[in-house]
Unconditional design. Structure first.
Length: 125
């Protein structure tokens, strides 16, 4: 399993893209998608919602369980991925591409996000 080097990762298994014009993309990692099993439903924050780093902002429901979705950063949601809402299996098939979850105008990026190598070591433990 390869974690893209350009992303940052949370210990709750979300990834975050580097901000472009202050907006970052959020998704869950391949490790998390595999642990969840087949994702059948996603509940995402709405455009305009404020999310807080480390706090829940949605849910992912799989054939195995329901898991909370945590925001890796604080800010305002600018877009949600309607493709994932309509086809939650994208979270499993393309967690780093088409399976992204939402975009957020980052107010503050926490210092505790991990690099790809740090996350790989963390998730292997």
């Amino acid at each position: 399993m390869s974690n893209p080097q350009q992303l940052r990762y949370s210990k709750e298994h979300e990834w975050l893209s580097v901000a472009e014009d202050g907006v970052s993309t959020v998704g869950i990692t391949e490790h998390a998608a595999n642990a969840l099993g087949d994702v059948v439903f996603v509940q995402l924050p709405e455009v305009g919602d404020t999310v807080t780093a480390g706090e829940t902002c949605g849910e992912l429901e799989s054939t195995k369980s329901v898991s909370d979705l945590y925001s890796p950063v604080s800010g305002e949601v600018t877009e949600v991925n309607e493709d994932v809402v309509n086809d939650p299996s994208l979270v499993n098939s393309a967690p780093f591409e088409g399976g992204w979850l939402f975009k957020v105008r980052v107010a503050e990026e926490p210092a505790d996000l991990l690099s790809a190598d740090e996350y790989t070591a963390f998730s292997a433990g």
